[in-house]
Design a protein around this ligand. Structure first.
Ligand code: COI
Length: 359
């Protein structure tokens, strides 16, 4: 296990910190951050210090070749004021898998979990207590050697940032562009790794969607351009004939921790879940004749977010909207209530998913 050092300035940084009133997502940062350096084939101790700028040379590989991975998970406050983590082992496994794919060193899963518990425990007073709010932890690893040849870096920086957060989306009425001209990820590429490159690939479509008055992108597969993959950086579910359908995982879809929890919770609530290849043409027909009544996006940050409509473009680039019958998403809301109650320690944890923060 890696050791840790806590900079003495952390005490005053914590003391003077006030939780902002309006949180949003990723707008405010907790007063502490954690880091470890990888050099000469070994990790340093963890260092916890006040949140602030870091110093890197402009030739650091991450700026040129995007050798970078990250994770996201939330710490909740239970009614008895305990700090709770939701399935952090899943994030540890995925971080390791992403590191392998991006030719980065492995941070032992135990060390990864310790770094999260250390941050969550030091920041216990910064975890919002209002239901639906939490402390979002963002572990990252970036390539820091300063040689500009294209090869894996020999030096890396691991960090954990923390951000008190509320809802990811501020608007209720989410319109989604069916993206037929660009792809997010291809088979055998980076799609199932949590790396910044996938999000960079999505930004042009995000801009296009915004310009059309929409807010998100529905990604299709790279080979046939007809099977649904992800919804922006989230996973996608649709209620069809009272069954919950979601794209079957493949190597260009990120395996969402929330996605898997939704599948298991739904089955527990006796809702039939079908994981399959979802053809966009078929889904449009099902929305039109109302066999598909609702749809939602899911992710750690977004939890479960109802979708109002999907949108295609005609040959003149004008929008054709397909509205979901139940835009308020009754089934998605029911699953969300259950998931949040579980994460916030308000109901008994039938699945063994919630762990108390401990060192
Ligand atoms: C989510 O976790 O819900 C996301 O959309 C991921 C994003 C914040 C990186």
């Amino acid at each position: 296990m890696l050791n840790y050092i806590i900079n003495p300035d952390c005490t005053s940084a914590l003391k003077s910190y006030e939780l902002p009133k309006n949180l949003g997502f990723g707008e405010h940062f907790a007063p502490l951050m954690l880091s470890a350096k990888f050099k000469d084939n070994a990790w340093s101790s963890f260092l916890v210090e006040p949140f602030g700028p870091i110093s890197l040379l402009p030739s650091a590989k991450v700026f040129h070749y995007a050798q970078e991975i990250f994770e996201g998970l939330k710490v909740y406050k239970s009614p008895s004021k305990e700090a709770l983590l939701f399935r952090p082992e899943q994030n540890a496994k995925r971080f390791k898998k992403s590191a392998e794919r991006l030719a980065m060193p492995i941070l032992d899963e135990k060390d990864f979990l310790f770094s999260l518990n250390l941050m969550a425990s030091l920041l216990s007073d910064v975890i919002p207590e209002t239901s639906g709010q939490s402390l979002y932890l963002r572990p990252i690893m970036i390539a820091t050697d300063t040689i500009m040849s294209v090869r894996p870096s020999t030096e890396f920086l691991y960090m954990v940032l923390a951000s008190p957060c509320g809802d990811y989306f501020s608007s209720q009425d989410i319109g989604v562009l069916i993206e037929r001209d660009e792809i997010r990820a291809s088979s055998k590429g980076l799609g199932s790794s949590k790396t910044g490159a996938n999000y960079a690939a999505s930004l042009h479509s995000y801009k296009k969607a915004k310009d059309l008055g929409l807010s998100q992108t529905l990604w299709l597969d790279s080979k046939e351009n007809k099977y649904i993959e992800e919804l922006s950086g989230m996973n996608f579910f649709a209620l069809i004939n009272n069954e919950l359908h979601t794209p079957l995982l493949n190597d260009s879809i990120l395996e969402g921790v929330t996605r898997e929890a939704i599948i298991k919770i739904s089955r527990h609530l006796k809702i039939k879940v079908v994981e399959r290849k979802m053809d966009i043409g078929e889904l449009i027909e099902q929305i039109k004749d109302q066999r598909c009544s609702e749809a939602f996006a899911c992710g750690t940050a977004a939890v479960i977010t109802p979708l109002a409509f999907l949108s295609d473009l005609d040959e003149k680039g004008r929008r054709i909207d397909y509205e979901f019958r139940d835009k308020n998403c009754p089934l998605g809301s029911k699953i969300k209530d259950y998931l949040l109650a579980l994460q916030e320690g308000r109901i008994s944890d039938e699945f063994g998913w919630v762990s108390k923060v401990s060192l």
